[in-house]
Design a protein around this ligand. Sequence first.
Ligand code: SF4
Length: 344
Amino acid sequence: MDNAIKDFIIPVFIPHAGCPNQCVFCNQNTLTGKQRIIPPKEELNHIITEYLKHKGKNRGRVQIGFYGGNFLGLGIDKIEKLLFAAAKYVTNGLVDSIRFSTRPDTIDNNKLDFLNNFPVSTIELGVQSMDDAVLAAAKRGHTSSDTINAVSLIKKRKFETGLQMMIGLPGDDEKRSIHTAQLIAELLPDFVRIYPTVVLAGSPLAVLYKKGKYVPLSLEEGVSITKKAYLVFRENNIRVIRMGLQATEDLREGISILAGPYHPAFGHLVYSEIFLDNIIGVLQSESILTGEIIIRIHPKSVSELRGLKNGNISKIKKLFDVKSVRVIPDSSLPAGGFGVDANS
Ligand code: SF4
């Protein structure tokens, strides 16, 4: 379903650097024992040059992304050093631009003015929730009004704006998550990421989890709520560039997950469930289904339609009590589109 050409992002981790506090779900340092490490220039150059060797064809923009900390919470001298080192790659044409993630409460006009000196194109905000009680329970230390204010300042400067939301935080539920998605959509970001909360070893949440004071979502619940949030964004024509943690961009090497709705192909699970819902909707309008169901679909969407281990096919067979479900790739259909023929 997501057929856009993807940016090639070179992630540079600055674990917990610039963080004013410890958010309950976060631990960027698990196992490594490193604290607030900013890579020195040599390491930064090494990371970037190594990553560039793996840039495949048909990629979108090449960007250096500073992740894992609160970028604008760093002192201005540190921000300058990192941006200066990264900007060199933009000047020599190997990289198109710079991006970073930061907290909503670090955005102000002075910092945005300062960024004008560098080829920064994209700012991602860790919004997490638009519910102040959920933000407080997550010990974020900012409110939803900080996010509204930050987005307005960023958009005035024409930076590409990305907003990250989480589901399954302490005190959160499906209704609150969908409301967060709706409020984020109203802010008209250029893109969003949706992260289900997982219990990272060494995080404050791990302590609550071990004491039985936090119960993570199951994978099924995580997929279902993420799907509903995704549909809010899709209805508002807002790109969702990531659902679920991704090993290379979101998790530093050595970080371990104790519990929660983690799956390496989380986004795939969400898209599969959407296909299943849509196909069930179409089949329910058929009066009698006894024979074979034939589903024609764009070749790129076949695996999402089938679901993991053909799970969608089995569910359709069971639900409609039919002998077989045949999937026929059909490149005349648009990506994500499908047609159903039901023989009775
Ligand atoms: S979520 Fe962001 S601000 Fe909070 S501790 Fe982690 S890196 Fe720092």
